[in-house]
Design a protein around this ligand. Structure first.
Ligand SMILES: *[C@@H]1O[C@H](CO)[C@@H](O)[C@H](O)[C@H]1NC(C)=O
Ligand SMILES: *[C@@H]1O[C@H](CO)[C@@H](O)[C@H](O)[C@H]1NC(C)=O
Ligand SMILES: *[C@@H]1O[C@H](CO)[C@@H](O)[C@H](O)[C@H]1NC(C)=O
Ligand SMILES: *[C@@H]1O[C@H](CO)[C@@H](O)[C@H](O)[C@H]1NC(C)=O
Ligand SMILES: *[C@@H]1O[C@H](CO)[C@@H](O)[C@H](O)[C@H]1NC(C)=O
Ligand SMILES: *[C@@H]1O[C@H](CO)[C@@H](O)[C@H](O)[C@H]1NC(C)=O
Ligand SMILES: *[C@@H]1O[C@H](CO)[C@@H](O)[C@H](O)[C@H]1NC(C)=O
Ligand SMILES: CC(=O)N[C@H]1CO[C@H](CO)[C@@H](O)[C@@H]1O
Length: 689
């Protein structure tokens, strides 16, 4: 029992060193003195094996010696006599480990006192330990030895008894005495009292509940500290009274249960917290408020409850938002310091090319969640209204709005009209048409300048001179015939349809030359056509029967038949009395080229030329001859001849001739002597015709 304390508490043993060695005996019969002290005894005779040595010690003393410290070793080495085989001590090998047999404790390295090179376990069974008392080499050191070897035994006698110390101490042998080595937490000569720590003060907001093992608030008393609801111990709740008379820790305090720190005012807001006990702890309350432009989401007030939870989650301040702008055709550039379409967002607006902004240039999202004004709109720039011009149709493409920026218009001219000017116009971003609207001009036909010869025309130009829809009507004068259409129109292609007509003079046809004649014509409008005139002429000896001039009429007829040429006539010739005549008529009786030959009867004498011919002038070239009685009176003969001649003339001509003859005769009768001569009937009578 003592060795345990010795080895565990070397300091205590050091105190024991001062105690004097009471008795050492080398007697074979050691005896117990009854002295209350620890004493050593030894025996060297007879030498004993280790087991025998132990048995001897246990029989006569308390046990084989247990070495407690170096001083003890020195003491033994000094007091014990040298023995040839040295002495056994109370250490042996148990289950392979060096063990103090008295206490069954394993030898600890700090207590080892081996001689150089030991333990060497030479041979079998060096399982016991001897001490080299008074050996020159390795004096007082230990050596392992075979337990069967025989050596001296060192024994001891304990001084302690059961009553020496209380149950809370160990009786420690000292050389010649004992002492009570108190268990921790105990004190007093017999270790009979527990060390007192003193009462534990209840913490604020808490209570203490103790359990006392050895005495009121003494060693091993334990106190449980408890806190009221909403408070908690900052450390372990259990206090233990230590052997030192101190509580193992300060009395813990009860601290208000902590709630998670409210990290700060929620974004865009502020809070006001009150902390009756500790920051953000039981009963702390926080109130929240949001800045302008922010809305509180959640409870306005929260309190830290007994469980360390806030009764309400921390609210947030969410930024007020405005309805997103839906700009139609407006270019918006927004600055969103707090988020899209949110409080303090500002948007500036502009329009695309060709549009003008109506409304504010800038909008701000107010704290009320509305925009500072109504959103602007972009309106397309308008160009003036275009009106279709005459004779054309306006066609527009309006990508945006009618007659607005980017509109393009074309003029499609009606059939028969062509565009004059730009065929398209574009509405510019400045609201102006790029080009003036063109006009549709009637397609022109070549001018029909003059009326055709022999005719006239009447043109109408409903649109423009000699242009589409112009028409001309033609009429030919008398004696002319229309060749072609009466009316022509200027078509949409710029052509007269059909072609312009002509007036052609009416044709009378050629005039045939009469026999023994010729024709000589003069043409005004064409060969033998209207207004041509022809002169007919007869050869010498012939004379026209009818008018000499022919005119081609508007009817296409000559104004008369072609006249004929007839031979010139001479007066008929009758045979002289007492004679006869023989005429030949190559052309006609008594006409040009007719010849007459005269003959007188017998007894009569031809007075004149026997032959006469009708010449071109209708004259006989010789007067008719007469037949005279030879020697007969000229007057008788002449009367006779005249009577005969008058009778024959009467017969030929009838009444008219007779009258004429009578007038002539009457005339002759009132005329000169020459006529009287004729009346004497010298010349043949030529009948008038
Ligand atoms: C201290 O007390 C506890 C019971 O509270 C007990 O189990 C323990 O053994 C005691 N300690 C001592 C050294 O007596
Ligand atoms: C916080 O409390 C103080 C004092 O009661 C008061 O003046 C202040 O206006 C409060 N602030 C808020 C945000 O509630
Ligand atoms: C909102 O804008 C106003 C004026 O510019 C400024 O004073 C204020 O600080 C802004 N608020 C926030 C939350 O940004
Ligand atoms: C087109 O016609 C409208 C109404 O008839 C008139 O007001 C407008 O001035 C005209 N535009 C042009 C370019 O002539
Ligand atoms: C307009 O005129 C241009 C050239 O002058 C031509 O290329 C284009 O085809 C015309 N467009 C129409 C629709 O007539
Ligand atoms: C032309 O018109 C005038 C008056 O209407 C008329 O007198 C004349 O005969 C017409 N001429 C022709 C060739 O149609
Ligand atoms: C051209 O003449 C036709 C037939 O007379 C008529 O129907 C049409 O309207 C005229 N066109 C123009 C552009 O005058
Ligand atoms: C039992 C016994 O022999 N004890 C002896 C131990 O040594 C002392 C001193 O020499 C003797 O007095 C004892 O009798």
């Amino acid at each position: 029992m003592h060795s345990r304390i010795f080895h565990q508490h070397p300091s205590i043993v050091t105190v024991a060193l001062g105690i004097t060695f009471i008795a050492i005996t080398n007697d074979l019969l050691p005896s117990r003195m009854g002295v209350q002290a620890w004493t050593y005894n030894y025996t060297t005779d007879p030498p004993l094996t280790w087991e025998s040595a132990r048995s001897y010690c246990r029989e006569h003393f308390t046990d084989i010696v247990a070495i407690q410290n170096k001083a003890e070793i020195a003491y033994l080495n000094k007091e014990l006599p040298r023995n040839r085989g040295y002495y056994w001590i109370g250490i042996r090998k148990v289950e392979g480990k060096w063990t103090w047999v008295g206490t069954k404790k394993v030898l600890t390295p700090e207590a080892e006192n081996w001689a150089t090179g030991e333990p060497n376990d030479l041979g079998d069974g060096q399982d016991c330990v001897e001490i080299y008392i008074k050996r020159e080499l390795d004096m007082a050191k230990w050596n392992d030895e075979n337990c069967m070897k025989k050596k001296g035994a060192i024994c001891y006698t304990a001084s302690c008894s059961k009553e020496s110390c209380s149950q809370f101490g160990e009786c420690v042998e000292t050389i010649g005495d004992f002492t009570c080595s108190c268990h921790l937490g105990f004190e007093g000569p017999r270790c009979e009292r527990a060390v007192v720590c003193g009462p534990v003060q209840s913490p604020e907001q808490g209570s203490v509940d103790c359990l006392h093992t050895f005495g009121e608030n003494a060693y091993n008393s334990s106190c449980q500290v408890r806190c009221n609801a909403g408070f908690q111990l900052q450390r372990a709740a259990q206090l233990l009274c230590l052997a030192t008379g101190q509580w193992d820790q300060q009395t813990p305090s009860c601290q208000a249960v902590k709630c998670p720190a409210v990290s700060g005012a929620p974004g865009g807001g502020s809070m006001n917290c009150s902390h009756p006990f500790a920051p953000h702890s039981f009963t702390s309350t926080c109130e929240f408020r949001c800045d302008e432009g922010f809305l509180l989401q959640g409870a306005q007030r929260t309190e830290c409850d007994t469980t360390g939870q806030w009764t309400q989650p921390t609210p947030t301040c969410t930024v007020v938002t405005c309805d997103p702008l839906v700009p139609s055709g407006v270019d918006a550039t927004c600055e969103n310091p707090l988020g899209a379409s949110s409080y303090n967002s500002t948007c500036s607006f502009s329009c695309k090319t060709g549009h003008t902004l109506t409304g504010p240039l800038r909008l701000t999202c107010l704290a009320s969640g509305t925009w500072s004004a109504v959103a602007p709109v972009c309106e397309v720039v308008r160009c003036g209204q275009l009106n279709a011009t005459l004779n054309g149709k306006l066609r527009c493409e309006d990508p945006l709005k009618k007659f607005s920026y980017s509109s393009t218009c074309w003029l499609d001219c009606d059939s028969g009209f062509i565009l004059k000017g730009s065929n398209s116009t574009f509405c510019s971003a400045r609201g102006q048409w790029s080009h003036a609207l063109p006009i549709c001009q009637a397609i022109e036909c070549p001018a029909v300048s003059d009326a055709p010869t022999g005719g006239g025309m009447n043109c109408s130009h409903p649109i423009a001179p000699h242009s589409f829809n112009s028409s001309c009507e033609f009429k030919c004068d008398d004696g002319f015939l229309l060749q072609g259409a009466r009316r022509i129109d200027c078509s949409h292609t710029g052509q007269w349809t059909p072609k312009a007509p002509t007036c052609k003079a009416v044709v009378c046809g050629p005039v045939r030359s009469p026999e023994q004649g010729s024709v000589d014509c003069l043409h005004t409008f064409g060969e033998n056509t209207y207004n041509s005139s022809c002169q007919v002429r007869c050869n010498a000896g012939f004379q026209l029967q009818g008018a000499a001039q022919l005119l081609c009429l508007a009817t296409g007829q000559w104004d008369q038949q072609t006249p004929s040429c007839q031979a010139v006539e001479c007066p008929a010739v009758s045979g002289a009395p007492s004679g006869d005549v023989n005429c030949s008529h190559p052309i006609a009786p008594y006409s040009f080229t007719s010849t007459c030959e005269f003959r007188c009867d017998e007894g009569f004498l031809l007075q004149g030329f026997p032959r006469t011919e009708c010449n071109a002038t209708g004259q006989w070239n010789h007067p008719a001859p007469t037949c005279t009685v030879r020697e007969r009176s000229l007057g008788a003969a002449m009367i006779m001849y005249t009577a005969v001649g008058a009778a024959s003339a009467l017969g030929l001509l009838g009444l008219i001739g007779l009258v004429l003859l009578a007038r002539r005769l009457a005339k002759k009768a009132s005329s000169s002597k020459d006529d009287m001569l004729w009346n004497t009937g010298i010349n043949p009578v030529f009948e008038d015709r």
